[in-house]
Design a protein around this ligand. Structure first.
Ligand code: SF4
Ligand code: SF4
Ligand code: SF4
Length: 339
């Protein structure tokens, strides 16, 4: 039986998803028997031209991690899509934009101005900036074009499956590899296109902490109180994104007595991760007169209690949110959102 062919690529991310694939326990030993790794820039010495030479759909499965942040990310994503039978959005950055997606609160000019002019350690009297093309003595060098807007993988190519998590857990990666292997070797059916390889429930559904359905009247940062490890964090006033977040991570942060930051992204039932969480928070926030409906003053109080609303409610999902990005000048909107 021919081996399956796997490709893994690192777009705009931190590299943790690449490490996660190496960290699949004893499965890593059998991976070499089961699969040929045909393209994986951080681990295997294959070049882009090798990928370009592969027949279309000859790669069984590509695990693409990282968001789409520049022209190279997009070019390789399109090439891998063309060469792969199955395309997996691997990790929160590829699925929802992840932490890099928070850059959508600004734009590339503001980022460049800061990085190349304003940081404490920058010395750049001539205002040098990276150029897309540069003539060096050895020949012309070309750099990827940085986009204004961080995109998700499915913003640029057709995606078959989603494997969320920052990074995805060993259990979920092994589950995906099992599904693909059984399909190739035994003809087992694949899940429906678009399936998210994780639980369909919310993290709260699987959380072992006791819930008393009591309301709160202020919000604490995790270091501001001693968190009771038996009780729901939200009911202790610590923002935990469990009500709006997909289960499947093994409640790792909860077990470490830290609130969920939402890296598994929203469940199918949630249209907007942050909006849904804000609504959950509002439902347990004590109103001035104990009415269930929040008054304008109550809403203002609630919002001022949250120190960093975007970073709290959209830490992993801003490019997939209804907001998607901040648009600072309406006249410049097209330029900002198109790339
Ligand atoms: S999902 Fe998390 S671990 Fe994976 S690349 Fe993004 S930031 Fe890194
Ligand atoms: S809000 Fe957090 S701590 Fe509370 S039940 Fe949900 S996941 Fe558990
Ligand atoms: S508890 Fe939340 S933030 Fe932590 S790993 Fe699970 S989904 Fe991600």
């Amino acid at each position: 039986m021919a081996k399956i062919k796997i490709a893994q690529y690192w777009g705009a991310g931190c590299g943790g998803c690449d490490v996660a694939l190496l960290d699949i326990d004893e499965r890593i030993v059998s991976l070499a028997d089961m699969a040929d790794i045909v393209f994986w820039p951080i681990a295997v010495d294959t070049k882009l031209k090798d990928l370009e030479a592969m027949p279309d759909k000859s790669i069984t499965v590509t695990l693409y991690n990282g968001a789409i942040r520049n022209s190279e990310n997009e070019h390789v994503a399109r090439l891998l899509r063309q060469k792969s039978a199955i395309m997996v959005s691997f990790g929160s950055c590829a699925c929802f934009g992840g932490i890099p997606g928070l850059a959508n609160v600004t734009n590339k000019k503001a980022i460049s101005d800061y990085v190349y002019d304003k940081t404490f350690s920058t010395i750049n009297p001539d205002g040098v900036r990276p150029q897309v093309k540069f003539q060096a003595p050895e020949g012309e060098l070309e750099l990827p074009v940085l986009y204004d807007t961080v995109l998700t993988l499915d913003d640029v190519v057709d995606v078959d499956y989603y494997l969320p998590g920052c990074p995805p857990t060993t259990e979920l990666i092994n589950h995906l590899l099992d599904v693909v292997e059984k399909h190739v070797k035994e003809g087992a059916p694949l899940p429906p296109k678009g399936t998210v390889i994780a639980s369909q429930k919310t993290l709260c559904d699987e959380c072992p902490r006791t819930k008393e359905f009591k309301s709160i009247d202020r919000i604490y940062l995790p270091h501001e109180i001693e968190i009771d490890p038996e009780k729901c964090m939200l009911e202790q006033g610590v923002i935990c994104l469990g009500p709006a977040t997909r289960a499947g991570c093994g409640a790792q942060c909860i077990n470490a007595n830290q609130p969920c930051r939402g890296c598994m992204g929203p469940t199918e039932a949630v249209m907007d991760h942050g909006g849904s969480m804000l609504s959950a928070l509002a439902s347990i926030f004590r109103t001035a007169d104990n009415e269930t409906q929040l008054s304008e003053d109550d809403i203002l109080k609630l919002m001022t209690e949250v120190k960093d609303p975007l970073g709290t409610f959209y830490a992993f999902t801003m490019p997939k949110s209804i907001i998607k990005r901040k648009v600072s000048e309406r006249s410049n909107k097209t330029a900002e959102v198109s790339q």
